[in-house]
Ligand binder design. Structure first.
Ligand code: NAP
Length: 286
């Protein structure tokens, strides 16, 4: 069976993609800057990988014909990091790249992930572009998790709605794209409903059996919070732009792509919250 190189394999999405590929009987080479982050199994082997260390590209790409490509999150320098790797992948004989972009990237030609999309489109490589909405997992293992532990979600989303999607659903789509060789396709991936952060807080509160509030904050307040947490200025600006899209209502669209591609509807936020209520409890105890 083919071995697929998964970049970002230790991340929220990458981990789910590794599982979905193994479920479809692919072997996985799991790329990470720290190999101890990856659980070694018969089908999953870690490989040391860093976009910023080109000497690692050759071993990662050895005997690989398909790559799941993930950019470091909120990274305005993502094109400088990924484009040399895409070039090297082409030279090494890779045929198909499934690139994880972000919903609405195509609205802004300056979006770093859009620049990478464009580069892939112009390349000789077969490619598939996935544009997922905000991940549900931001509320558990991601940056909103600690806010839930503290009892209040603070984001500058106002009352705007978002069609959150689980990484499990994105991963199932990605695995189908490799299996069915869905070359040349680009698709926006969303959950099956759009909800506000206030609604999300209430659903999580219900599932976890504890109070979780939502306070809509201003952009400036988010900037101050992110600075307090030591986030780089370029990432702060990136996140500000993402939430501008949210407030404009651009992230509320619902597409039927997950069901079309996988045959199964995407997970609802309620099911996600109940499935992960233990995580909320563990965070509460921590
Ligand atoms: N979170 C969302 O709501 C959302 C929505 C739409 C799109 N996206 C996009 O989806 C992608 C994955 O997001 P995520 O939330 O799964 O990220 P994550 O959990 O924060 O994981 C980030 C991954 O990037 C890898 N990475 C970071 N710097 C790297 C470097 N220099 N070289 C190689 N790998 C590097 C990390 O690997 P190691 O540390 O193991 O090396 C890690 O596996 C990102 O591009 C993000 O912009 C996210």
């Amino acid at each position: 069976m083919e071995t697929i190189l998964v970049t970002g394999a230790s991340g929220k999405l990458g981990k789910a993609v590794v599982r979905a590929l193994v479920d479809k009987d692919f072997n996985v080479r799991a790329a990470t800057r720290k190999t101890t982050k990856i659980r070694w199994t018969d089908r999953v082997r870690p490989v040391l990988f860093d976009y910023e260390d080109h000497t690692l590209f050759k071993a990662a790409l050895d005997d690989i014909s398909s790559v799941f490509l993930v950019a470091p999150p909120l990274d305005s320098r993502a094109p400088d990091k990924l484009i040399p790797f895409i070039d090297k992948a082409g030279e090494a004989g890779v045929r198909h790249i499934v690139f994880n972009s972000v919903m609405r990237a195509d609205l802004d030609e300056k979006n770093p992930l859009r620049i990478i999309e464009r580069y892939l489109m112009k390349s000789e490589l077969e490619h598939t572009i996935l544009r997922p909405n905000f991940f549900m997992e931001n509320f558990t293992s991601g940056w909103i998790g600690p806010m839930i532990a503290a009892g209040t979600i603070r984001v500058p989303a106002g009352e705007a709605k978002t069609s959150f999607i689980s990484v499990e659903d994105i991963a199932r789509v990605a695995a189908a794209c490799f299996q069915e060789r869905r070359y040349g396709e680009d698709c926006s991936l969303t959950g099956n409903e759009a909800i506000s952060y206030g609604q999300a807080a209430r659903i999580i509160a219900d599932a976890c059996g504890r109070i979780v509030n939502y306070i809509p904050i201003s952009e400036e307040e988010m900037v101050q919070l992110d600075r307090h947490h030591g986030m780089p200025e370029s990432s702060i600006r990136y996140r500000v732009r993402l939430f501008q899209e949210v407030r404009r209502g651009h992230m509320a669209e619902i597409t039927g792509v997950v069901k079309e591609v996988t045959g199964k509807p995407p997970m609802s936020f309620k099911d996600f919250a109940w499935k992960n209520s233990e995580v909320c409890e563990v965070r509460k105890a921590a």
